[in-house]
Design a protein around this ligand. Sequence first.
Ligand SMILES: NC(=O)c1ccc[n+]([C@@H]2O[C@H](COP(=O)([O-])OP(=O)(O)OC[C@H]3O[C@@H](n4cnc5c(N)ncnc54)[C@H](OP(=O)(O)O)[C@@H]3O)[C@@H](O)[C@H]2O)c1
Length: 622
Amino acid sequence: MTAEMSVEPTLPEEMRPSRYIEKVSLITGEILDEEILPKQLLVQQHRDYHLLDIHARRMMSRVVRETGSPEEARKKMRQLRHKGRRAAEVIAKLIGQRDVAKVSKALFGLKEKEYFFRFKRPSVTTAEITQRPAELREEAREKLENLSGKGRPALRVLLTGGTGFVGKEIIWQATRDDDIAEMIVVIRPRKVVDRKTGEVVRVLSPAERGERLLDRLWLDTPETRAKFSFVAGDVEQPNLGIATEVLEELGPRITHVVHCAASVSFDDPYEKSFRANVTGTLNALRFSHAVQSMPGSSFVAHLGIETSYIHGRKVKGLAREAEVVFPRNFYNNFYEATKAMASFETERFMLEKGLRVVQLCPAIVIGETKAGNNRGDTKVVNAPVNLFGRAQEALASQDGSWIARSKGHMLAKMACVFPADPTAELNLVPVDRVAAGILAALKKPAAVGERIHLAGDHRLTSQQIAQIVQEELGVKVKLAEPTLHRTVTLPIVTKILKAAKQDKIAHALDKLGTIFAGYSEWGQPIHQVGNDVRVLGLPTPRPNTEHVFRLLCRHNRFVQDFGKVHDLDEISRREKAWWDFMLGLEEETGMPVGAIPADKFHTMMDDRLDTTTFTLLRRGEA
Ligand SMILES: NC(=O)c1ccc[n+]([C@@H]2O[C@H](COP(=O)([O-])OP(=O)(O)OC[C@H]3O[C@@H](n4cnc5c(N)ncnc54)[C@H](OP(=O)(O)O)[C@@H]3O)[C@@H](O)[C@H]2O)c1
């Protein structure tokens, strides 16, 4: 064991990566009996260890940019490694050092990996792996048929994560879905904290949170609210923290569990991500298994909401729906790694315990297709867009003295540098497509046993994203070479900002740099799609990603004021006016609003929507 390993705090047995992953010797093929540390699963643990490694990464990035071919870059890297190894052999001979690997690591940063990681397989036979899902699909088909009788299926769904971004869209669509008779949303109490003092001013009960949720989804009649109820719970607790008497009452009538709750934070420590994502999933699976096993159970299936990024940094080949392999280029963060572990638990429950499960894996989820509404979400791609928008406001501001303005301009310029390779592709999917996939899966027995990517087939490159941001927000984002930015520029810039007492911006930039650098390097995974259409029957063409990203920019700029409008009631009010305006515009122009060029859109908006008061000036004319 190395000195580095011994300082890691010991994890409880059930949280150790070795529960899911094994380390295999590349030389002998044997499983190595060594502890696997969480940080060893991450990309950053395996790079930037030598100046030449940093240089090689920069060079590869340049080759990809110039040739547009990742394969060419990989070839160049192989040639370089080969030359380095030959040189190390010669030097080792000259200096009388027998350990050539030691010389090549010291001089050229060439690490010879002696092991690789792989996921442990479930303890079932190969025959069972194919038979079990087929049997479970047949059971689900019978269960669903029994439910529907002669009429429509009366689905009774228990949902976790209903207060989140995806969960809200599920509720919104469930309101309009007559096959869903009842939706029980598991909610935890929420502490309301004073933003200035950090003091807890009150605690909102699950029932209060549920009622507010429906208000904000514009469900203002008893009829539209009738199918929803709320139970207190916490996914990190056994039985999802649901009281025994409530469970006994609900259990026999639940037809589906949709487990959507998770911690979608890219900078959480391992233990926190594990508790929310793996322990939470295990509790949901155990809950569903108990419901499925109840006498007289109506249970059809458990739907696990995962992510297509469970494939991690897979730079070669398709990230396939049918199979998850440990990524040769590791994971970007513990969110991805723990979601992958959760996926293995879900598969294990299916194969070993016969739980009927569907695994749904969205890509990066953004606002919906018609208006870009996101109900207050500020996560993931929203964060850089909001930062660029605020930086642009600072650049355009005429407030304050000349010195204050110059300082503001300098800071804003720094905030507009983003570490991204122009060729890096992001897979974005609008939230309405994701929720439509989830609701479709409730009614498709064929989905049982499948892993389904809810992703796009048209990915946006960093270059295209920067271009759209410039057109929509007027911000000129400078794409910086990610390795150089991470290792040189960012540490210097954050130091300068801190010296200028701009700790908040320094922190935001640092956070963005570390969170996003991984997603904007060349060689991003390509997530296979197909089951969304073949199994779930979702429509084609898949959403136009360029259009929805434009809507994200417009929505975040006008509705959310780049994340400065925090009050969810106010966001709900603004989104209603925005929705009416955008749908009116689509009707009037006969084209998706995302297809209208930015300047034309702004002119049309000025005429139809007051973005100060958020009131409609006139409805679009058909
Ligand atoms: N957003 C994306 O880009 C994206 C992409 C791919 C996959 N996904 C997956 O989609 C699902 C939903 O994501 P999202 O974007 O909607 O996340 P989100 O907006 O952060 O919402 C997370 C939800 O989980 C709930 N939750 C977290 N911990 C909980 C606990 N201990 N007990 C009860 N509820 C808890 C939250 O409740 P509170 O309101 O109480 O915090 C909230 O309702 C997740 O499984 C995520 O991995 C999301």
